[in-house]
Design a protein around this ligand. Structure first.
Ligand code: SAH
Ligand code: SF4
Ligand code: F3S
Length: 456
């Protein structure tokens, strides 16, 4: 095991700038890369005028991947202005997918490092410096990278993310993730619990467990047996200073009965679930290889609502998947209307090289994809506003995280991840207080502290 976290700092100070795109896993990984580089003397700075710049990229849709190359164009000018004294590293899912092609399009890139090789950054950087030539490592290592990374720095604040699972074996026909992140791997419970305790010692009160398919987590338990995510959540709920738990992103296929039941029994589990459904049409779901039908999704939602009456849902949708007919799209609109989502992300289908759907003959014309997206987004936006308005008058606990935008304000997060702002309050970050919601703005809720709390 390479444990670099305790290496004494005998290195010259160097500056590091990390840009992150994509999902929360990438954001988590960026933190871990900073952890790996800290013992080498790298300190993070806010601008790209730095000794080392890492671009942690996303490959999920064409537009996400193209951001890398537009950003690289800008960085090249900064590198030139520094007389070439800047190491540019491309990390993340584009690095994994495009590999050495990146050097062809952008020869001033020094290092391409795939999503499973971050623990090797010190030696890769040394190789670039020694060889004065570009270096690439996009191997999927046999052992999970988590085993080789130094312990995560426990300084994320009151709300922290903790990766418990990585990779995906589901091979939805539109998706690059199984190719960019490799097979599903679950971290053992002991490592997760140890990291959670460090996060709590660093001030975390809310922990979100992360994974590309987080509810497929099944890791070695503390008793040596295979644990489910529900069991892991129960164990984490036993850590006194954890006030709130979440997990994301879930797949309907892996929404087991014990996880549904956990929403009834685990009081620290927040009543908010991101459950991507992608489409409301069984035939589209089949073509997407989602391996469940709409009835299953409906049943999960109903069971969860029965387990926890105040639960709310967010989801992801793709419109214009190859072969999607008007009737398929209508089925999606019907599902949205009947489910009533608190929040949703929706995208037009993007053809990703190497994925099966990219070669399907019945691609939907771009103009039709976009008109469907607008129609869907109008309904989803109305549902989100309705959900926010429905909070007015409700009482619930808010985890306060810091000051608000205006003087005297303090801000926090609702159980549903909505920003909540209280005027004229002085509360310590990391504390949980009951509030009453008095107004809903498009992107935040205004609240007053409950009287009994002020008196207490
Ligand atoms: N593991 C999660 C999703 C990961 S990707 C799940 O299975 O639900 C996040 C979202 O990006 C997906 O839910 C999907 O809605 C969207 N997405 C993925 N590939 C896409 C593509 N080729 N075109 C458009 N949207 C895509
Ligand atoms: Fe992609 Fe499907 Fe895996 Fe989600 S489950 S990451 S959409 S292949
Ligand atoms: Fe993007 Fe990779 Fe995440 S493709 S969505 S950064 S797993």
């Amino acid at each position: 095991m390479t444990k670099t976290s305790e290496t004494p700092i005998a290195q010259p100070l160097r500056t590091l700038h990390i840009m992150t795109w994509g999902c929360q896993m990438n954001a988590y990984d960026s933190g871990r890369m900073a952890d790996v580089l800290r013992p080498l003397g790298y300190r993070q700075v806010a601008t790209p005028d730095a000794d080392m710049v890492i671009l942690n990229t996303c490959h999920i849709r064409e537009r996400a991947a193209e951001k890398l190359f537009s950003e690289l164009g800008r960085l090249r000018a900064v590198k030139d202005a520094r007389g070439g004294a800047m190491m540019i590293a491309v990390a993340g899912c584009v690095a994994q997918a495009e590999g050495a092609e990146i050097f062809v399009r952008a020869p001033y890139v020094d290092l391409v490092v795939g999503s499973q090789a971050y623990h090797k950054l010190p030696e890769l950087i040394a190789a670039v410096e020694a060889k004065r030539a570009a270096v690439i490592d996009t191997d999927f290592s046999a052992a999970p990278k988590f085993d080789f990374l130094p312990e995560a720095q426990a300084s994320q604040g009151p709300i922290a993310n903790l990766a418990v699972q990585e990779g995906c074996d589901k091979f939805c026909t539109f998706c690059v993730v199984p190719y960019t992140r490799g097979v599903e791997q679950s971290r053992p419970a002991a490592a997760i619990i140890a990291e959670a305790r460090r996060l709590v010692a660093g001030g975390a009160r809310e922990i979100a467990l992360l994974g590309q398919n987080v509810n497929a987590w099944h890791g070695e338990g503390l008793d040596g047996r295979d644990w489910s995510l529900a069991r892991l959540l129960a164990e984490l709920a036993g850590i006194h200073d954890i006030a709130r738990l979440r997990y994301t992103t879930s797949h309907p296929r892996d929404m087991g009965d014990d996880l549904i039941a956990a929403h009834r029994t685990n009081e620290k589990l927040m009543p908010f679930l991101h459950l991507p459904v992608q489409s409301g049409s069984d035939s589209v779901l089949r073509a997407m290889n989602r391996r469940h039908g709409i009835d299953r999704f409906r049943r999960i939602v109903a069971d969860l609502r029965a387990a926890r009456h105040d639960i709310a849902f967010s989801s992801d949708f793709i419109v214009g998947f190859p072969g999607e007919t008007d009737a398929d799209f209508d089925a999606t609109m019907r599902l949205v209307r009947e489910t009533e989502f608190a929040l949703a992300y929706s995208f037009v289908y993007s053809r990703r090289p190497g994925t099966p759907a990219a070669d399907a003959p019945d691609q939907v014309p771009e103009s039709l994809k976009h008109s469907r997206l607008l129609e869907l987004q109008a309904v989803l936006r109305d549902q989100q506003h309705a959900f926010n308005r429905a909070q007015v008058g409700r009482r619930f606990d808010v985890l306060f995280t810091g000051t608000g935008r205006h003087p005297g304000q303090i801000a926090g997060r609702s159980p549903y991840l909505q920003p909540v702002v209280v005027d004229n309050a002085d509360l310590a970050p990391g504390t949980v207080h009951t509030v009453t919601i008095v107004a809903a703005n498009p992107n935040s809720l205004m609240a007053t502290l409950n009287q009994e709390q002020i008196a207490a």
